[in-house]
Ligand binder design. Structure first.
Ligand code: URA
Ligand code: SF4
Length: 250
């Protein structure tokens, strides 16, 4: 996908989220929160769901937890705009209660489509519910600070998933806050490893461009060539992306 196609896909998803009624969470929301960030990013942060401030502003992580997320990112020299930030459920659960399994399931296609469009190298999960989507059955106390290969069913085709505590949990516990800074400090090296895997494993080469249906009467398009060992490196062919900032590693 080119940068423009990614942007268009993300905008389409966002517009569907904004008037979605697929689960009961739409009843109490002020605004749905589709997520935001750089469509060309290599790193996607997935939180739990909007809170009070997010629900009012329609943007993810703009309250106190967001302030800590920005500080955690700042500690590795990143800004929130460098990544893409979204949530497992896009509408605020009443009184900030935990999202329920049927609500997570109803909302999952949006996250999957966002990940398909973004094709990130790294997915950072923030909190238990996000972790549960990517590492079913894992326990946050055991897996925070570690990564696994993403199940392509999640929409992240060729990514490493890195688990972190939720910033709101870090706000409640100095020990968890300290561990969160330690975990975040590992993200650049996870990104480096993810880039290396994507570059060296032919199965992780960029997906072939979708075959566009030929207009009636036209010569059928040739079949897509299967990804070969000499598949192009992970550089985009979109000239507009040439000057897109790359996340610095250290
Ligand atoms: N907590 C989350 O999980 N997501 C947000 O967007 C804000 C707070
Ligand atoms: Fe739709 Fe997700 Fe909001 Fe439920 S939480 S109404 S599925 S956007």
């Amino acid at each position: 996908m080119t940068r423009g196609e990614r942007r268009a896909a993300l905008e389409q998803i966002a517009s569907e989220v904004l008037d979605c009624t697929r689960c009961r969470l739409h009843e109490g929301r002020t605004r749905a929160v589709p997520g935001e960030g750089d469509p060309d990013t290599e790193v996607v942060f997935v939180g739990e769901g909007p809170g009070f401030n997010e629900d009012r502003e329609g943007r993810p992580f703009v309250g106190r937890a967001g302030g800590l997320l920005v500080r955690l990112l700042g500690a590795i020299g990143w800004q929130r705009e460098d990544g893409f930030i979204t949530n497992v459920v896009k509408c605020r659960p009443p009184d900030n209660r935990d999202p329920q399994p049927d609500e997570i399931a109803a909302c999952a296609p949006y996250l999957r489509r966002q990940l398909e469009a973004l094709d990130p190298a790294v997915v950072v999960t923030l909190g238990r519910y996000s972790m549960g989507t990517f590492m079913p059955g894992a326990r946050i106390g055991q897996v925070h600070g570690t990564s696994v290969s993403a199940d392509p069913e999640t929409g992240a085709r060729a990514a490493l998933v890195f688990a972190m505590y939720h910033p709101a949990a870090a706000l409640r516990s100095p020990a968890i806050e300290r561990e969160s800074f330690e975990d975040m400090a590992r993200v650049p090296s996870v990104l480096l490893r993810a880039r290396e895997r994507r570059a060296s494993d032919p199965a992780m080469a960029p997906a072939p461009a979708p075959v566009v249906a030929a207009p009636a009467g036209a010569t059928p398009a040739p079949p897509p060539t299967p990804a070969a060992d000499d598949a192009p490196p992970l550089t985009t062919t979109d000239p507009a992306a040439d000057d897109a900032p790359q996340l610095t590693l250290f």
